[in-house]
Design a protein around this ligand. Structure first.
Ligand code: NAD
Length: 414
């Protein structure tokens, strides 16, 4: 078994390192070491067979110096308080990197949603909102999708919230279906935004060679990243999901692979491909490696074996703090999650703005606005690298974000 690092400890190590480089005020640093509020709720849900089952739900409101708390809701058996705390902290940093006037939050339920019927999943999601309704809202805390949650679940959540407050309140939740005030472009936003970041970095660093790409995780983020990579003339040679991966040296047709997975329920067996494990995928000799699943995938035990030139962290926290220095030493460029996957929250911000103003944009308008956010964030991170002479983009992104958060905390009188 690879050595897994506690994700909150890993995130705090990253905070400490960036804070030391930028000489962050000690009081601000200590305030950022713990979330503003931790919410832990029990969720009794009636199962289809009539029994009541109790699940654990979490919401971490990490910091709201720059605006309402904002972050996704994850459904996964491994969800626990430390994981959600780490993700809430990273969300705070991410929202500031991309310069959204949001604070940071995260939530989740410890559950394997694949073991629930759709009706059970709906009752669980509605119960979660009933338990936390008084703590969330358009100006307070705005949830969104994450691993194993999608627009349908966000639809149930916004409906439940609206019933509780007695009026339809679309700005309370983002990532909703279009029919409930969701934004055009939200579905593909995270993958699209990641591709914009990668292309901007390649342009600024004058890297011309057409790269091969391997993507770990073939869900919302991984699929759309792979799709936009392919349409930008990258060759996607491997993709994987929780059941394992497939490889083709000639390149995979991403859309067809997606269709195959929908029909067969797995990637394995896709015509013209060979199977490989998730561990093997990470160690492939590709130009760009894209971990787009869960945290802790590249750790101190396998960091030495990574052969990619660039790692684009489309998932949250896939590279541990212990792996970072190994990768830096090996001159592997890591595009950190807080920059690479910030397209999702940037489009959530656009959705929330549309819900609040009542003015709705076309897909093209949304993607144009998103692109502007992503290019500005990438440029700001790269200029912070130069300003502070740091060796990696993560430290630079943290410094950029911490400066903005600290300015807001100070302006508010901490
Ligand atoms: P998703 O549920 O749509 O997809 C997750 C994918 O990862 C699935 O294909 C699943 O099979 C796969 N997976 C799970 N465990 C795996 C493993 N051990 N190895 C390989 N694959 C595995 O989730 P998503 O929305 O695509 O989120 C993926 C990552 O991106 C998460 O870390 C999430 O926090 C992050 N993220 C998502 C968004 C968003 O807009 N959805 C935004 C920012 C960050």
């Amino acid at each position: 078994m690879p050595s897994k690092m506690n994700p909150f400890k890993s995130a705090m190590q990253q905070l400490t390192e960036a804070a030391a480089v930028m000489k962050l005020d000690k009081e601000i640093l200590s305030a950022l070491r713990e979330p503003d509020r931790t919410i832990n709720v029990s969720l009794p849900v009636r199962m289809d067979d009539g029994r009541i089952k109790v699940f654990q739900g979490y919401r971490i409101q990490y910091n709201d110096a720059r605006g309402p708390y904002k972050g996704g809701m994850r459904y996964h058996p491994q969800v626990n308080m430390d994981e959600i705390k780490a993700l809430g902290f990273l969300q705070t940093i991410k929202n500031a990197v991309v310069n959204l006037f949001y604070g940071g939050a995260k939530g989740g339920i410890s559950v394997d949603p694949k073991k629930l019927s759709k009706a059970e999943l709906e009752r669980l999601s509605r119960m979660f909102i009933q338990r936390i309704a008084k703590d969330i809202g358009p100006e307070t805390d705005v949830p969104a999708p994450d691993v194993n949650t999608d627009s349908e679940i966000m639809g149930w959540m916004v409906d439940e919230y609206s019933k509780i407050v007695g009026k339809f309140t679309p700005a309370a939740i983002t990532g909703k279906p279009l029919s409930l005030g969701g934004s055009q472009g939200r579905e593909e936003a995270t993958g699209y935004g990641g591709m914009v970041v990668l292309k901007q970095i390649l342009k600024e660093q004058k890297i011309k060679k057409l790269p091969t790409v391997a993507v770990q995780g073939f869900g919302n983020v991984g699929y759309f990243f792979a799709l936009f990579a392919q349409s930008s003339n990258f060759k996607v040679v491997a993709v994987s999901d929780s059941k394992g991966g497939i490889y083709s040296a000639k390149g995979l047709d991403v859309r067809k692979v997606h269709e195959w997975k929908k029909q067969m329920g797995q990637l394995k067996g896709y015509p013209g491909s060979t199977t490989l494990s998730n561990e093997q995928l990470l160690e492939l000799p590709v130009d760009v490696l894209v971990p787009a699943a869960l945290e802790n995938q590249i750790h101190k035990d396998n960091a030495k074996k990574i052969q990619a030139r660039i790692i684009v962290e489309m998932g949250n926290g896939p590279v541990t703090a212990e792996a970072d220095p190994i990768l830096i030493k090996r001159k592997i460029l890591v595009v950190p999650d807080v920059l690479a996957n910030s397209g999702g929250v940037a489009t959530s911000y656009l959705e929330w703005s549309q819900n609040r103003s009542g003015v709705y944009w076309s897909e093209q308008e949304v993607l144009q606005k998103l692109e502007a956010y992503m290019i500005a964030a990438t440029r700001n991170v790269l200029s912070t690298v130069r300003e502070y002479k740091v060796a990696d983009l993560r430290t630079a992104a943290f410094i950029l974000a911490l400066r903005r958060i600290a300015d807001a905390m100070q302006a508010r009188g901490l």
